[in-house]
Design a protein around this ligand. Structure first.
Ligand code: IPE
Ligand code: IPE
Ligand code: MG
Ligand code: MG
Length: 328
């Protein structure tokens, strides 16, 4: 599958609205201070996939229609995401993002933390200008859950015994909450009733869970040149992600010792890491995790189908398919 063309096809129908999102983002990040402008230009030069604003626009269209306020909502969600990426790359010590050096690689951690704060502040400023209490409450709650998910993840660093429940709690908080809020609010601004809001929030949450599971697989078996970001940092950092949990639950004592050495041992030899990664593919742990991601995408579809007319299903399901098959 040519992945950018899949997204291009999906984005074609909402192109004018996505262009409005870009205008909102650029205006919000513009700065008179050269030190800030230099870094925000760098951080926003390459846009990333713009999946979250696209999702909000597609949901809005399906749930009653895109309004001028949806561009602002999309920009806020994307800027929150951008701020978390800037911080996340500090946390993960990552060097590459969106095919260019991370902010921390270019300017150091000190300034990357502060730039992330600037972008967060701009996002909240734009959110305030949306003048919608539900959006304010729901997105600020999503941001605080996002941070608590990252904290929980850090508490379980190098924890080979991490339960599947806790893993799900972590990814729901750090990734899926923002997807859920973006979808729920898109439906809200489109004037949809409560039942529709609830189901589209579920659609977003399930899609976000699937998205992070796939991301965790790509971190192990993806290609940095295709993904455009640093991979392999999860193992380095000792993050027990779903493929590793499935491997742990089914492997024999020798394989388990290898897993323990890589996850809890700190700086494992490159050879051990390579061996573990090849076992994860060979023994079906990566495929098992991808099958789980598919289940979540199916749940997302069920929720969307429950409240939307059949004519609205196709783009939302195509997005789900992209989430499962993506390499970028
Ligand atoms: C990466 O998100 C961060 C995760 C939640 C895994 P994306 O893959 O959507 O990043 P961009 O915006 O396209 O760069
Ligand atoms: C990031 O998770 C989740 C966030 C909400 C920032 P990852 O650490 O897996 O994201 P990538 O792989 O660096 O994009
Ligand atoms: Mg990361
Ligand atoms: Mg990742």
């Amino acid at each position: 599958m040519n992945q950018s063309s899949t997204l291009d096809d999906l984005y074609r129908e909402i192109a004018p609205d996505l262009a409005r999102v870009e205008v909102e983002i650029a205006a919000s990040l513009a700065d008179d201070e050269p030190v800030i402008a230099e870094m925000t230009n760098h951080a926003s030069r390459f846009g990333g996939k713009r999946l979250r604003p696209a999702l909000s626009l597609l949901v809005a269209r399906a749930a009653g229609g895109i309004t001028p306020r949806h561009a602002r909502l999309g920009a806020v969600v994307e800027m929150i995401h951008l701020a978390t990426l800037v911080h996340d790359d500090v946390i993960d010590g990552a060097g590459l993002r969106r095919n260019q050096p991370t902010v921390n690689a270019a300017w150091g951690n000190y300034e990357a933390v502060l730039l992330g704060d600037v972008i967060f502040a701009r996002a909240i400023n734009l959110l305030a200008r949306l003048k919608d209490e539900r959006a304010l409450l729901s997105l600020t709650t999503a941001v605080s859950r996002l941070c608590s998910g990252e904290i929980l993840q850090n508490r379980h660093r190098r924890d080979v015994a991490l339960s599947e429940d806790l893993y799900y709690q972590i990814i729901e908080s750090k990734t899926a909450e923002l997807y859920a809020a973006g979808c729920e609010l898109a439906a809200h601004l489109a004037g949809a009733p409560d039942l529709v809001l609830r189901n589209l929030s579920t659609y977003g949450r399930e899609l976000g869970i699937a998205f992070q599971i796939v991301d965790d697989c790509l971190d192990l078996v993806g290609d940095e040149k295709i993904a455009g970001k640093s991979l392999g940092t999860d193992l380095e950092y000792g993050k027990m992600t779903l493929p590793l949990i499935l491997f742990r639950n089914t492997s024999g004592p020798r394989e388990r010792r290898l897993l323990e050495s890589v996850i809890s041992g700190g700086c494992a030899p490159a050879e051990e890491v390579r061996r573990l990664v090849s076992l994860l593919s060979r023994d079906g742990a990566v495929d098992g995790a991808l099958a789980r991601a598919r289940e979540h995408v199916e749940r997302a579809s069920v929720a969307a189908r429950r409240v939307l007319p059949e004519s609205a299903w196709a783009p939302l399901e195509a997005l789900g398919e992209f989430v499962i098959r993506r390499r970028i």
